[in-house]
Structure formats: structure tokens, C-alpha cells
Design a protein around this ligand. Structure first.
Ligand code: HEC
Length: 321
């Protein structure tokens, strides 16, 4: 009976399947072909991103090409499977959950990009990946707003599926921030590849790519920061949809990750001003750890605003250009 508890992801998927089946039935009466029971992908002309179980900021760019946030746990991957997705491409630094995807018959490909640009080589690989691997394809970063949008936008132009203008208008829907100038430039300046060069050996794409220590730590910081924000929004208790989240544990983990950066081989090479900013973030996250442990919600809220500003300031100088 455990499968039937209302909070169970499977139950929510079952509801979606039912909704999709009913939707299919309605379509039939209006003369369309009956749909098989599945989660419908968002419409190509949707003006807003879709939220589905375990998936955020989902936007269709072209037929069979969808961008969005990282699949959250098994629930997200189950939704992708129910949508008929055959290939998931991560452009995020975090290591993808290849094993769960494979169990669901989904191929995972990992081709990480940074926030400053989509390099010409990466654009070509991504264009080859969406042209050579089985579709539909779901491309994700962490939030599904900036990097996956630019990655899919530019790859779609190279693959001859969209013009740069069309790709940019889908990026607007994804919510790509104007401050990532290099990401926008990559898409605006993208040009279709030679059709003959679009096909590549499907076996040649990596399921997991090695990223530098600093990128890996930052991906984890991003993930933990999200969890801390969710805990704050739930009044520093476990959120209803995330019952195993322990706020004090995540606040400690955040502080530890920042402290560890001081020994990171890439981080130590950065200039003095960066080191000052890093020390400031280490100090703030240590204080947040103490405030959360001590149940001081007002202080914790104040510190989180300062920490968030720290992320933005440092990225402006050392990540995004
Ligand atoms: C002291 C500077 C500094 C602070 C503070 C900082 N970052 Fe970063 N972050 C960086 C740099 C530099 C990179 C780029 C690393 C690279 O590409 O080699 C980066 C990269 C990232 C990435 C991209 C990882 C990837 O997959 O490529 C994410 C996500 C991120 N940071 C999140 C955060 C969050 C969230 C915070 C605040 C809670 C934060 N960072 C605070 C310097 C900082």
C-alpha cells in the first residue's frame, strides 16, 4: 500500500499519467490522433516555463528538444521517462545520476559548460549530440535558466533547428539573465554547421566528465545553498516535500564547503581580492551555521542576504566574463 500514499512520487506520476490520458481523450474528440498515456512535453510556443514533478523551469526549444533544471531525484527522472525522453544531456558541473537514468532506459551525456560562454568546440559537440543521439532530448544545468538555455539554444542553431533569434526568444522564456553576456553572445553569433559534420558516433559521448575540483565544489555549494533556502522558507524545519532535510546539517555542510575552497588548487591561484571575498564568505557561512544551530532565525535571514550578495559579487568578477 505504500505506493498509494499521497506524497509518493509514483502516485503523483500516476496522477499525471491519468491527466495525460484524459487530455488525450479530449484531444480525440477534437479530431486529433489519440495520445498514448504519457506526460505531455511543454508546448513549443509556451510563454512560461513548466513545472512538473521533480522538474523545474522546463521549456521546449524545438520539436524533441527541451531545456530545464536538474531532475530532482528519481521523481524527476521518472517524469522524463514518462515524457518519452531518451537522452538527457547535463551541462552542469555536478556528476549526473547515470545509474538511475539507465534503469529507466535513458542515456545520460555529461558535457559541462561554465557561465562565461559556450565555447565553439562545446557548441559543436552539443549540436552533434542532439543530432546523433536518440530523442526527445532533455538538456539541463542546475536551475535550467542560464547555462542549459544557452547550451541548447546554440546547439539548436548549429544543428539547423533554430535561428539565433528563435533561440534567443526561447532563452527569454527560460529566464536567462541579461548579465550572462557571454552566454547570449554565443547564441547570437552561432551559425549552422555543415550538415555532414553533424553526425557523430553515439558511443563517443561521455556519461560523466571530469570537472576541476573548484567547479565540483561550486556545484555542491549551489545544491546545498538551495537546500538551505528551502529550509529557511519552511521556517527552519524540514519542508513538507523534503522531509529528510536537516537544516543544521546543510548549514554546516555549506560552511565546510566554503572553508575547503581555501585549500583548492584552482582557488589558491586566484588574486588577492578574490581571496578577501572568499574569506568573507567563509566567515558569513560559519556564522550562519552557528545561527541555524542556535535557532536564531532573524540573524540567519540577515546572514543569508549577505551570503547571496557574496555569491553574486564574486561571480561577477571571477566567473561570468
Ligand atoms: C569568493 C568567490 C566565490 C564565491 C563567494 C562564490 N563563488 Fe561560485 N564560483 C566562483 C568561481 C571563480 C567559479 C568558476 C569556477 C570555474 O569555472 O573554474 C564559480 C562557479 C560557480 C558555479 C558553476 C559551477 C559549474 O557547474 O560550472 C555555481 C553553480 C556557483 N559558483 C554557485 C555559487 C553559490 C550558490 C555561491 C554562494 C552561496 C557561490 N557560488 C559563491 C567563485 C565564487
Amino acid at each position: 500500500m505504500s505506493l498509494m500514499t499521497p506524497a509518493s512520487p509514483r502516485h503523483r506520476i500516476a496522477q499525471l499519467l491519468l491527466a495525460a490520458a484524459l487530455f488525450g481523450a479530449c484531444q480525440q474528440t477534437s479530431g486529433h490522433a489519440p495520445q498514448t498515456a504519457s506526460v505531455a512535453p511543454p508546448a513549443l510556443d509556451a510563454a512560461k516555463p513548466a513545472a512538473l514533478p521533480g522538474l523545474h523551469n522546463v521549456v521546449a526549444y524545438a520539436p524533441g528538444l527541451i531545456s530545464g533544471g536538474v531532475p530532482e531525484g528519481e521523481e524527476g527522472l521518472h517524469t522524463l521517462a514518462a515524457m518519452g525522453i531518451k537522452t538527457v544531456i547535463s551541462v552542469d558541473g555536478a556528476t549526473p545520476d547515470v545509474a538511475t537514468a539507465e534503469k529507466l532506459g535513458i542515456r545520460y551525456v555529461h558535457l559541462p559548460i561554465s557561465y562565461d560562454t559556450v565555447t565553439p568546440e562545446r557548441q559543436q559537440q552539443l549540436a552533434q549530440a542532439i543530432s546523433s543521439l536518440p530523442g526527445p532530448v532533455y538538456m539541463h544545468c542546475h536551475h535550467g535558466k542560464h547555462r542549459s538555455a544557452a547550451a541548447l539554444g546554440s546547439a539548436s542553431v548549429l544543428a539547423g533547428k533554430l535561428t539565433p533569434e528563435q533561440a534567443c526568444s526561447r532563452m527569454e522564456v527560460s529566464g536567462t539573465s541579461a548579465s550572462y553576456k557571454g552566454l547570449w553572445k554565443a547564441v547570437r553569433e552561432a551559425k549552422p554547421m555543415d550538415a555532414g559534420q553533424l553526425h557523430a558516433d553515439p558511443q563517443g559521448f561521455p556519461s560523466i566528465s571530469k570537472v576541476s575540483g573548484m567547479v565540483a565544489t561550486m556545484s555542491e555549494i549551489d545544491l546545498v545553498w538551495d537546500l538551505v533556502k528551502q529550509a529557511k522558507a519552511a521556517g527552519w524545519k524540514a519542508p513538507a516535500d523534503h522531509p529528510d532535510l536537516v537544516a543544521t546539517k546543510e548549514a554546516s555542510r555549506l560552511a565546510r564547503l566554503f572553508a575547503n575552497l581555501q585549500q583548492d588548487a584552482d582557488s589558491v591561484k586566484l588574486p588577492a581580492d578574490y581571496q578577501t571575498q572568499l574569506r568573507h564568505s567563509i566567515d558569513l557561512t560559519a556564522q550562519l551555521d552557528a545561527a541555524v544551530a542556535g535557532g536564531n532565525a532573524a540573524k540567519a535571514a540577515e546572514l543569508m542576504t549577505a551570503i547571496e550578495k557574496g555569491c553574486k559579487d564574486c561571480h561577477k568578477g571571477y566567473r561570468d566574463n
